[in-house]
Design a protein. Structure first.
Length: 135
């Protein structure tokens, strides 16, 4: 696991329709506004991705920095979900073998554009969410 100075930051693919919906899903349920977001296509997101060994031009994972530690693939998704109100039950999914969880994640990540589509430019959040976006 890697360390990063900012906390509760979610790195996501800003042109991926599924990834952008994931961010909106989180923002809507994160009533405490704990998490902030950065698209991998932004200057900040690119630096974060490179620091963690993620290719900003061909990202194969999202990431979340929580407690100063970076989590990737299924660990990232479950870490975020498990900190949302009413979603604590998702912690139980950590008991599934990580290779199995990540295999499912990888299949979805590799096919995300084909299945869900791709924006021509980064998803632009609404005014309320814009304050939580790091660029």
């Amino acid at each position: 696991m890697s360390r990063w100075p900012d906390d509760d930051v979610i790195l996501y693919d800003g042109v991926c329709v599924f990834c952008s919906r994931w961010i909106r899903f989180i923002a809507k349920r994160d009533v405490a506004a704990r998490f902030r977001f950065t698209p991998i296509q932004s200057a900040y997101g690119t630096r974060l991705a490179q620091a963690f060994g993620i290719d900003p031009d061909d990202p194969d994972t999202n990431a979340v920095v929580h407690g100063g530690i970076a989590y990737f693939k299924s660990d990232a998704a479950l870490t975020v979900l498990s900190h949302l109100p009413g979603w604590g039950w998702t912690r139980a999914l950590f008991m599934m073998p990580k290779p199995l969880r990540n295999a499912v994640y990888t299949v979805a990540a590799r096919n995300r554009y084909r299945i869900f589509g791709k924006y021509d430019a980064c998803f632009v959040p609404d005014v309320a969410m814009r304050a939580r976006v790091l660029e």
